[in-house]
Design a protein. Structure first.
Length: 354
């Protein structure tokens, strides 16, 4: 899932859109299964998704059938681009009747994809010529050199070409609290001064390549996460199973609208706080989870009071729900928190639709 970002900035070196042929049959016209499946989760970003798909289809290896593109839509409103995309060669489109979250959508894309390697890309990613071929070459080298390589991340750049963080340490309680004093770009990520491939704890899911065997062994991304921290959790579980996680700086993409560069409305803050609490519930000692839940509950109460004073009833209602979610998780009742979150998402979806 992704929330609608500001207007997309154009990358000067982006490739022109290829001329796309209409598909004459529903079955993908490959003689053999593709080597790489590229999975894009769309949520109300049809223009950005279509632009990225066109960039991927322009790659010679995609045109040869070595690469397929799988788009999973998390219940976006109808759009003419959705109908057109179904007719593009090399593209599969799966649309859901409700928003099931990012992790669930990624798992569906992995199920539909046929490649031995799976590349996750956010719609607000731009790729340059040669990137897809470089990914295939890297996959071949990893098979020969690193047979337990399960996850690979790549160098990210902002729209203006400056570097963007893409990896970090596993979150623990004290650093998580202390890093709140840092700029948002550095709270979750660490900057890597790396000129060659190296092992890292985790890489961001906005541009992450997965080995199919690793995904199948772990059962995919954990669907307890609706949005955010599912990538950190997956890398942690992969490492615990003996898979290695790599950062490859030789290949890079542009990531235009990372979360830390955008305003955080109440609904998005609720989702990200739920994700952090879910991660703590899975990986932190019980006392640390309860302390974090208490802090999140206090934050939600203060934000709810301020929203009420400002007359913003919708924000106040969302922060009250976040306070309840923190209480549920702090008491160890994840089932109640998940049910509450599902109700919130359904209500927000109805409000957006109206």
């Amino acid at each position: 899932m992704a929330l609608a970002p500001p207007v997309m900035l154009r990358v000067p070196s982006a490739v022109p859109a290829p001329r796309l042929r209409r598909r004459t049959r529903r079955v993908l016209p490959y003689q053999q299964a593709p080597r790489l499946s590229i999975i894009i989760v769309n949520y109300r970003l049809w223009e950005e998704t279509a632009r990225l798909v066109r960039e991927l289809l322009a790659a010679p290896c995609t045109q040869r059938g070595e690469v397929e593109v799988v788009v999973v839509d998390n219940h976006s409103p109808p759009h003419p681009l959705a109908r057109r995309m179904r007719r593009w060669n090399g593209v599969s489109l799966r649309r859901w009747e409700r928003n099931r979250g990012f992790a669930h959508a990624v798992n569906e894309g992995c199920r539909l994809g046929r490649g031995q390697w799976l590349l996750l890309l956010n719609p607000d990613i731009s790729v340059l010529p040669g990137f897809v071929e470089g990914v295939l070459d890297l996959a071949d080298r990893l098979v020969a050199e690193e047979p337990r390589a399960g996850v690979v991340g790549f160098r990210l750049r902002n729209s203006d070409g400056t570097r963007q963080h893409s990896a970090g340490p596993f979150p623990t309680l004290l650093p998580t609290l202390l890093r709140l004093a840092l700029p948002r770009t550095r709270r979750k990520y660490h900057f890597l001064h790396a000129s060659r491939r190296r092992l890292v704890p985790w890489v961001t899911g906005c541009c992450m390549m997965l080995r199919r065997e690793c995904v199948e062994e772990l059962g995919g991304l954990d669907r307890d996460f609706f949005l955010y921290y599912e990538d950190v959790d997956f890398c942690r579980r992969a490492r615990e199973r003996g898979w290695s996680v790599w950062y490859e700086p030789a290949l890079q993409v542009f990531h235009h609208h990372p979360l830390h560069s955008r305003p955080v409305p109440a609904y998005l803050r609720l989702l990200t706080r739920h994700a952090l609490l879910t991660y703590a519930w899975k990986h932190w000692p019980g006392w640390q989870l309860r302390l974090l839940a208490g802090l999140v509950s206090l934050e939600a109460r203060l934000r709810r009071q301020r929203a009420g004073q400002q007359g913003n009833r919708d924000e106040a209602r969302l922060f009250a729900q976040l306070q309840s979610i923190a209480g549920d998780i702090g008491r160890g009742s994840m089932a109640a928190a998940r049910q509450r979150l599902r109700r919130i998402v359904r209500r927000e979806e109805r409000a957006r639709a109206s």
